[in-house]
Design a protein around this ligand. Structure first.
Ligand code: UD1
Length: 418
């Protein structure tokens, strides 16, 4: 299995361009299936999750073409028909659940194996099921496969018991196919919810309020394929910002929407990192040792759970005490024992990691257990003395396009070895 070998201690400097957002691109690909004719998505990241999505679409009879240089994905849903998706594809990622709602909306029946993705907690799909059921579907599970059918989908009012990005987007995708109006209460406000709504509206849908906690969808409108540019990946940007910060570097992340990085920028500044916002770029500079801070993950506009592990790696080297509280996923500190083996002083109690900053980390063999845990270990390796070997990088590659190559351009020394 491939691994990363990282020789730490290099100060990162220079600029890096941020790709399109994974968690926007995947539901956008699903959304293109609802529109008649070809859609073109620009700024689609070259990552394994997108490849898996294309493989699933292929099984459903949908033609896609991806230009990895231009990052352009063309989707022609003409041949779309319901078909069973194998477990090894649907179970490899989280966003496979969107294909349940899309097929249900188009054909009145659908089945998709339970979604997988990072093993960071239980990740139930009860809110998805609740919403689909409220819209008139019958939803059940059979041997690990989620199945749904509906003679008629009818708009209604849906209250989510918790803020779920996946359930909000999924329900939006179904509601555009339902008769009448659907109102989502306690909806997720993430920019990728807005991005999917913008695309669907450009295709002819009527969705109002995306970006607030109440979204109103008038269903049953004819949708026609469009060209759309995926918004930048805030988590990739946060990862590079923290890579700059952990190495006391001077890194400019380009092609971002600084507003979307608000909580990350605020927390870095609180830790004493200089952050300069300039139009569509953010520059991170560290001149003296950062200090410990408290961090709590929350739905947007709170601090993103997907940047929690990278932040913890950074804080493990900050001066004084930090505490990081994870409110979304109960099992998102699985990388901590590896950081401790590298010399970090971190104690996890329930959902909080208590960090006593150390002056140095030392490279040892470590293993990525999910995408962001892998990113955190890479960051720790960049700052550590000696060589860090990161295994389990197939997780990292699900969500990052050429992380080593792009870090090397900033002066890091990482090699992908077999
Ligand atoms: C998505 C992202 C993931 C990110 C997360 C939070 C994708 C493919 N993945 O995951 O990278 O970490 O948002 O920003 O977009 N929940 C329930 N029942 C449900 C649905 C969710 O209890 O039916 C819980 C989850 O376990 C979690 C919280 O709600 O504690 C938020 O989940 P959600 O926003 O739905 O995230 P995911 O779709 O799992």
């Amino acid at each position: 299995m491939p691994k990363y070998a990282i020789r730490g201690g290099r100060r990162l400097t220079g600029s890096v361009k941020i790709n399109g957002r994974k968690n926007a691109a995947l539901p956008l690909i699903a959304a293109t299936l609802l529109a008649e004719g070809t859609s073109v998505l620009e700024n689609v990241p070259r990552i394994r999750d997108v490849e898996i999505y294309r493989e699933m679409l292929d099984i459903l009879g949908v033609q896609t073409e991806y230009d990895p240089v231009e990052h352009r994905l063309t989707v022609n849903p003409e041949g779309l028909r319901p078909a069973p998706i194998p477990h090894h594809l649907a179970g490899a990622i989280r966003a496979s659940y969107y294909l349940l709602g899309v097929q249900l909306g188009l054909f009145g029946r659908a089945e998709v194996p339970l979604p997988g993705g990072d093993k960071i907690g239980q990740r139930p799909v009860d809110q998805h099921i609740k919403a689909l059921t409220a819209l008139g579907a019958e939803v059940w599970m059979e041997r690990g496969v989620l199945k749904a059918r509906a003679d008629r989908l009818r708009g209604t009012s849906i209250y989510f018991d918790l803020v779920s990005v996946g359930a909000t987007i999924h329900t939006m995708l179904v509601a555009v196919r339902a008769e009448g109006t659907t109102v989502l209460h306690n909806a997720a406000r993430e920019p990728h919810v807005v991005d999917v709504a913008n695309f669907l509206n450009a295709c002819g849908a009527q969705i109002h309020g995306a970006g607030t906690d109440t979204i109103r969808i008038r269903g049953g409108r004819f949708l026609e394929g469009r060209r759309h540019c995926v918004i930048p990946d805030d988590i990739e940007a946060a990862t590079f910002m923290l890579a700059g910060a952990i190495t006391w570097g001077d890194v400019r992340v380009e092609n971002v929407i600084p507003l979307h990085l608000g909580p990350v920028i605020a927390k870095l500044r609180e830790a004493g990192v200089e952050v300069e916002e300039n139009g569509d770029s953010v520059r991170v500079t560290v001149k003296r040792r950062p200090r410990g801070i408290p961090v709590t993950t929350l739905p947007y506009p709170g601090f993103p759970t997907d940047a929690q592990s990278q932040m913890t790696a950074f804080l493990s080297l900050a001066e004084g005490e930090s505490h990081v509280t994870e409110t979304l996923y109960e099992d998102r500190f699985r990388y901590v024992p590896d950081l401790v083996r590298m010399g970090a002083r971190i104690r996890v109690e329930g959902r909080t990691a208590w960090i006593q900053g150390v002056e140095r980390l030392t490279g040892v063999p470590v293993e990525a257990t999910d995408i962001r845990a892998g990113a955190a270990l890479v960051l720790a390796g960049l700052a550590a003395e000696g060589v860090t070997i990161v295994s389990g990088i197939e997780h990292v590659e699900r969500g990052y396009d050429d992380l080593p190559g792009r870090l090397n351009q900033l002066g890091a020394e990482i090699e992908r070895i077999d």
